[in-house]
Design a protein around this ligand. Structure first.
Ligand SMILES: Nc1ncnc2c1ncn2[C@@H]1O[C@H](COP(=O)(O)OP(=O)(O)OP(=O)(O)O)[C@@H](O)[C@H]1O
Length: 566
């Protein structure tokens, strides 16, 4: 028996972007009040609207591929992001099997593959899919393993299952294979709907065809609904699409099969030249299509006005006011009752089992994420080797500079200087963790937004993995330093000092993680962290003088002061 599948219908998508037109910053220095300046002030308070999507309707059927095509900037990615629930439009209703659905429920039955591959480069293909399966499925280990093996077969990745994924810096599998892994990560939980933003971007024609071929068999064998955007598809790729949505300037110019597009163009007097791909031809002829369609709209409008006496008073009023009153709006009105039902929290039966909650308990999520983190950390050999060497050598060098400090007044002053050096070094050496966390942040955002796990589990796992690693670094730094400087020979005092170094490293590391979650990119992150280091140095400078003046030589006080300054 044929599986029901999901028919997706999006009605009346309107998406605007508001941007403020600002004055030139140097204009504040200009001497005379131009009349234009008053206008500029007006513009400041009245944001500029950019209509990215205008009344877009689309329908995607199960067992089929719907391809969204159009020139650059047509609104393809925006439409896909809205369908995937990543963007919130000003108006839109999404129906699954003729029933309206909430964004959170739709996310559970769909997978969204972004244009950029967000994968861990140091994990193998099999590990990547296995971790994704563990995080998204509630199955015993044997079933998880067989699910991953069959998925690897389906994706045609059997020959690279044990190879590292890689990225721009780490050598790994090919770009086409990496795209397939990205698709695998999002289909491991068997979503009914798969949304892909440019799955063939940056690939050669053969790899692009292989990807679309694979998606076609996914649609045909599993009854999935596949919606994708694509740039310049080749002849053979176009043949695999069941339906095409042609977008230009945020409006739909055609929605139907490839053959219908051919007929549509012919009716407009546009004849497809020999050896030219129909999609490419349609994109090239967008201006003509738009002109013809606006002409048709005028004719339809005139026809509607001529039929006014037979319409209802409400409809008459709208048409008279010049409002657009389309079939789509009538359709929306007929579904208002359904929308009200979901607005009061009632879950409407769409004929599909909605997975509820997270696949794993908080503890299990933490264990899986800790396992994944430790694999990544231990495989980042250069970071591991560099940091251990750096800590040991710095411990030795600092120990030699402050060798065998005396217990007199001069020795006490030098100790304060040593602690200032230690803190400055420990804080600045964590900056290199920033790019690692920024890369991970994209994966974290992607995984948590589709409900793979809780953010708190990620934070705990992250902390658990770094604690032993930072302890090793603290020991390597403290051992040579402590004994060369000749600090308190008592074992408990040494342990106390080691604990403080470990905690400082952990705090500094956590601050970098916190900043990497807040800043948009590496440049801003680096500046913020440099600012933090500068501020800490200032505080230490003040404390150094204060400490000497007031005989405040207690290391605890210095440590607490730095903690507060962080
Ligand atoms: N956050 C934003 N700020 C400003 N403009 C935006 C933003 N997001 C989208 N746009 C604009 O909206 C339009 C549609 O963007 P979108 O990325 O959806 O187009 P696209 O068809 O996917 O383009 P491409 O094929 O080049 O990726 C573009 O003109 C783009 O500049």
């Amino acid at each position: 028996m044929k599986k029901q599948g999901c028919e997706i219908e999006a009605i009346g998508i309107n998406y605007n972007i508001y941007s403020k037109e600002r004055e030139h910053p140097f204009k504040i220095f200009s001497k005379e009040q131009q009349p234009d300046e008053q206008n500029a002030k007006f513009k400041e308070t009245h944001p500029k609207v950019r209509r990215v999507l205008k009344d877009v309707n689309c329908r995607a059927k199960p067992w089929e591929i719907l391809a969204i095509v159009g020139p650059s900037g047509a609104g393809k990615s925006s439409l896909l992001e809205i369908l995937a629930g990543k963007l919130t439009p000003q108006s839109a209703t999404i129906f699954v099997n003729q029933k309206p659905i909430e964004k959170s429920h739709f996310k559970k039955i769909s997978g969204y593959v972004t244009q950029k591959d967000t994968l861990f480069p140091l994990l193998t293909v099999e590990e990547t899919l296995m971790f994704s399966a563990k995080l998204r499925l509630r199955l015993p280990p044997s079933q998880l393993s067989s699910r991953v093996k069959s998925l690897i077969g389906e994706l045609g990745l059997g020959h690279v299952a044990g190879a590292r994924v890689g990225d721009d810096r780490v050598r790994g599998i090919s770009g086409g294979e990496r795209r397939r892994v990205s698709i695998g990560v999002d289909v491991v939980h068997e979503p009914e709907v798969l949304i892909l933003d440019e799955p063939t971007s940056g690939l050669d024609s053969t790899s692009a065809l292989q990807i679309i071929d694979m998606l076609k068999s996914m649609a045909e064998t599993r009854g999935r609904t596949i919606i994708l955007s694509i740039h310049q598809p080749g002849f053979r790729i176009v043949k695999l699409f069941n339906s095409i949505l042609l977008l230009a300037n945020g409006s739909v110019l055609h929605h139907g099969s490839v053959d219908q597009l051919g007929v549509h163009l012919m009716l407009m007097g546009l004849h497809l030249p020999l050896h030219v791909n129909i999609v490419e031809f349609a994109i090239e002829s967008i201006e003509t299509i738009q002109q013809q369609q606006s002409l048709q709209q005028v004719l339809v409008h005139e026809e509607m006005v001529s039929q006014l006496p037979s319409s209802t008073p409400l409809q008459n009023k709208k048409v008279e006011e010049g409002d657009k009153f389309t079939l789509q709006q009538l359709f929306q009105q007929s579904k208002v009752v359904d929308e009200e039902a979901i607005s009061i929290g009632e879950i409407i039966d769409i004929g599909i089992d909605l997975p509820c909650g997270f696949a794993n308990s908080r503890l299990r999520e933490t264990i899986i994420l800790t396992h994944r983190f430790s694999k990544n950390i231990f495989r980042t050999k250069e970071l591991f080797a560099c940091r251990t060497l750096q800590m040991f050598i710095t411990g030795l060098v600092l120990g030699s500079i402050f060798y065998n400090l005396k217990d007199d007044l001069v020795g006490a002053e030098e100790r304060v200087g040593l602690f200032a050096f230690i803190l400055t070094f420990l804080l600045s050496c964590t900056t290199e963790a920033l790019p690692i966390f920024l890369q991970e942040r994209e994966i974290l955002m992607k995984e948590t937004s589709c409900g793979s796990y809780r953010v708190s589990s990620y934070a705990i796992a992250n902390g658990l993995v770094y604690l032993p690693f930072l302890l090793i670094l603290a020991v390597l730094f403290t051992l040579p330093l402590y004994w060369l400087v000749g600090l308190n020979r008592n074992f408990m005092a040494f342990m106390h000092f080691l604990l403080l170094i470990w905690l400082i490293l952990y705090t500094a590391n956590s601050v970098v993680v916190c900043f990497s979650a807040l800043v948009p990119n590496f440049i801003v992150g680096n500046s913020v962290i440099s600012g933090r280091d500068g501020f800490v140095l200032l505080v230490l400078g003040v404390l150094h003088i204060e400490a000497w003046d007031s005989q405040l030589l207690d290391f605890h006080a210095l440590y607490i002061a730095v903690q507060v300054s962080l």
